[in-house]
Each structure stands twice: as structure tokens, then as C-alpha cells.
Design a protein around this ligand. Sequence first.
Ligand code: GRG
Length: 308
Amino acid sequence: MPATATSIGSRHPQSFDLESYLGNHAREINRALDHFLPRTATRPSTIHKAMRYSLFAGGKRLRPALCIAAAEACRGVVQDAMPLACAVECIHTYSLIHDDLPAMDNDDYRRGKLTNHKVFGEGIAILAGDALLTQAFEIAAKCRAWSRYSHQDVLLELAHAAGSLQLIAGQVADLESEGRRVSANQLKYIHERKTSALLCCSVRLGGMSANCSPAQLKALTDFGYHVGLAFQIIDDILDVTQTSEKLGKTAGKDANARKATYPAIVGLEKSKQIARRLTARAFKALNVFRGRAVALEALAAHLLQRDR
Ligand code: GRG
């Protein structure tokens, strides 16, 4: 059943067919990614096969969809947002490949398929992640610039989200917290960086691709931050409530690795409550768009209600 923007109390009565929206955009995103990446036959073929293996393994494309939806809320066009949407997906896929490595989360399945290192070996998997991260900056460097936002702004945005103060910081804190007692505040620190930073970056870049106003950028930042936190809490809930088949990755890993999660610290019901509260905060941030952010609303509702 398509999620509707009305289902979590949207102010806009019209229903929004998110399933078609995500399906149509996923096809466009896949076409654009295919265009940006070197062909598998390009030497050295192994690395391009490995990069494409994980990139086209069936990811939900939520970050690029958020990027495009943010551009639309700011009256932008898909074509301008697309390179940045693809850059974010490349960074996301790199982080998953590296996260699955034996030295990190050591997982055999991702996106319903064997993980990159299981197919290509650890060395190539590390390099495929490195190459996708680099590819993201190449794609972003080739995009157009806008009167309010230069290439430098766009590149800094990506570097900040992926760097040692955000994505990497979250992963470091996550690794160091394994098997330890972690407070709710420390967990929030991890979620802000490991998950929220890239989601926030996705919507900010979408806004920038539409030459958004400073007030719109601020609203998108607020939206992305809260949706990102809710997203990770739901991910942790799914890890304990869903099967590996449904998730396309090994379920129950957090508990087995004695990982800090909201369900482990505050319980399932309270975790759901917190995710709902964060999503409501994200909704509130969209007020400035005066009804033009329907896709962002539907996406936030969907992320809260998703089952995989
Ligand atoms: C830099 C190695 C490194 C890691 C950074 C992103 C990350 C930290 C680790 C990956 C695993 C993880 C729990 C990430 C948090 C964000 C998250 C829940 C990712 C899964 O995102 P989905 O559900 O995945 O959008 P698909 O496969 O659909 O794209």
C-alpha cells in the first residue's frame, strides 16, 4: 500500500503516491549512476566490477530521493539535483562496504546479497569503498554551480559529512562503544554522526541544487537532522523485530555484538515513541515550504513506518 502524507498527520490532505515516486526516481538515479561510473570492462576491470556490484545491489536509494525531494520543495529540478544525489549514494555505499569488513562489523550479507569482501576479497572491497568515495567528489566537482552556492560549498558539504568529524567520528565511537555501557547521550552522539550527518547532507545538497534561500537551507538542515536520528532508531528497532530475509542483512547483529542501541537502552516502545517525536520535529521544520514539501513529508512518514 503506498504510504500517504496524511498517515502521520500531515497538514496536507492530498495523498501522495510515494511508492511510484520512489520507484520512478530509483530508475532515474540508477541510470545516472550507471552514466557516472566507469564501465565494468574499463581496466582494471575488477575494481569497476566491485564498485558496481555494491552500488547496484538493490539499495533503497533513500538519500538520493531525499536530495531530489528537497530540491523540489525549493522549486528546483531533478536534473540539477541528480549529480549530487548520486554523489551521496556513492558515499553511502562506500560506508556500507567498509562497515561490512571483518575489521568492522564483519557481515556476510548486505542488500540481500553477499557483501563485497565475500565476493571480491578484502583488498578489493577496501579499494572499491575508497574508489566510490573518490568518485563522489568527482561527480560533485562536475556539477553546475549556483549564484548562492559555489563548487567549493558543495564539495565542503560532502567532505564535512563524510569526514572525521561526522561519518567517521560516528563509526569510531560506534566501534569503541561495543561491549561497553553507553548513555543515551553518547548514543545520540553516534547516531548524529553515523547516520544523521549524511541524510542531512542529502537534503541540504538538494536545496543547494535549487539555489535555495538561507531560510530554506536552515529548514532542510533541521528536517534532515531529525529525520536522520529517527531513521537510525527505526533501523535499530528493525534489527530486533525483523528477519534477515526481510532486511537483506543479518538481523539481530546489534544484540549479538552487544552494540549500544535505543531498544537496548530504553526498550522497544520508548524507542518507537522517540522516533515518532523526532519525525514530528522534522515535519515542523517543513513549515517554511508552505505545502511544497509533500515528497519530503511522505518520505519522513515512510522512514518512520518502514519495515526493512
Ligand atoms: C565510514 C566505514 C564507515 C562507516 C560509517 C554508515 C556507517 C558508518 C556504517 C554503515 C552501517 C550503518 C548501521 C549505518 C547507519 C546508517 C544506516 C542505517 C544505513 C543503512 O541505510 P539504508 O537502509 O540502506 O538506506 P540501503 O542498503 O537501502 O541503501
